[in-house]
Design a protein around this ligand. Structure first.
Ligand code: ADP
Ligand code: MG
Length: 339
């Protein structure tokens, strides 16, 4: 009998994995930004061309990589962030799957320039469709620059699936805002087609919020804080008058990782009951700190969904926190409002 099964070549395996990790320019940007944060950068610059379809470049001043690490970083399941399976339960970095660079390099033309502080020269690597075209020493700043060009150049079907520039830009800006909000102490810039869209100085969370959403948010923010033995909540909610019918200004971060949760969104919305119209959404930027052993972030490759051991308690704590914040600022349902 003939045996039919064979292992897939790396380039194909990477391309398949890329389907999950890189759906569109924004997902690649998210991965590159997270790598820059994980590298301890204090300054991160993003350069986009053609809504990321031509170019996404992320330049950081983080710890950089040695020549060997630089090459290894493009291997699948190669990571410096976890070593053994128990580490999965105490993840503090964004990354841990070791899939992002391998996936990006499988479906784009990638140029990496990186240098550690204790090396004289840095490393340049050019890789296209998982194939290393060039690796050589190069003069470089400390830190890392990754340029991703012509996303899906070798997967025409996917390239054709990309949406119009405004739509892709919206997704890119969403990802940028999420990372920038969760790290107000890091300076960020974003350029699109040579125009500066954001230039965010390091500062406090409230300054980051106004830097992103505009100065008029300055006196619309109410601080929210709550601490229980297992959970800490802090951040800002918007005064009821800043609620909008459109969504997009609601942010939950768990241990600094942006997450989507309609369940927790509901906890905030109900705390606003009677203060905003039922079809409006309150503004909020809320950070939850929770022992990593009580959550599972390994649910989805893009990691925007997580599982809590005890979702109900988290819900209750958030709701109480928001109610108290509103109460402390004398924002309580008024009779006038309901007529
Ligand atoms: P992960 O982030 O899950 O480890 P990636 O494929 O995103 O996987 O990156 C692989 C490895 O490459 C990382 O673990 C890290 O050691 C290194 N790396 C990637 N980007 C950077 C960067 N900007 N600065 C320093 N090291 C980086
Ligand atoms: Mg990563």
């Amino acid at each position: 009998m003939n045996n039919l099964i064979q292992l897939l070549p790396d380039a194909i395996a990477n391309q398949i994995a890329a389907g999950e990790v890189v759906q569109r320019p924004a997902s690649a940007l998210k991965e590159l930004l997270e790598n820059a944060v994980d590298a301890g950068a204090t300054k991160i610059q993003v350069v986009l061309k053609d809504a990321g379809k031509q170019l996404i470049q992320v330049i950081d001043n983080g710890r950089g990589m040695s020549p060997t690490d630089a090459r290894m970083s493009f291997e699948r399941h190669a990571t410096s962030k976890i070593k053994e399976s128990k580490d999965l339960f105490s993840i503090r970095t964004f990354g841990f799957r070791g899939e992002a660079l391998a996936s990006i390099a499988a479906v784009a033309q990638v140029e990496l320039k990186t240098k550690t502080a204790d090396e004289e020269l840095g490393t340049y690597i050019c890789i296209e469709g998982s194939e290393v075209k060039k690796q050589e020493p190069v003069a470089a700043q400390n830190g890392t620059s990754v340029s991703m060009k012509n996303l899906f150049f070798n997967v025409p079907a996917r390239r054709n699936f990309l949406k119009s520039n405004p739509v892709e830009m919206r997704h890119l800006v969403d990802e940028f805002q999420r990372v920038a909000l969760s790290y107000p102490e890091i300076a960020f810039t974003l350029m699109q087609n040579d125009m500066e869209m954001y230039s965010l100085l390091p500062g406090k969370l409230s300054q980051r919020i106004t830097g992103i959403f505009g100065k008029n948010y300055q006196d619309k923010l109410i601080p929210a804080d709550e601490e229980t033995p297992h959970l800490m909540v802090k951040g800002y909610i918007g005064k009821p008058e800043s609620a909008k019918k459109t969504r997009g200004e609601q942010f939950f971060f768990v241990n600094n990782r942006y997450i989507k949760s309609s369940y927790l969104h509901h906890a905030v919305s109900t705390a606003f009951e009677g203060l905003i119209q039922p079809d409006q959404h309150p503004f909020y930027v809320l950070f939850l700190e929770i022992d990593p052993s009580h959550i599972d972030i390994n649910v989805h490759p893009t990691k925007t969904e997580i599982k809590f051991d005890d979702e109900r308690t988290v819900y209750a704590v958030i709701r109480t926190c928001i109610k108290q914040a509103l109460g402390a600022h004398h924002v309580v349902p008024s009779l006038d409002f309901t007529v």
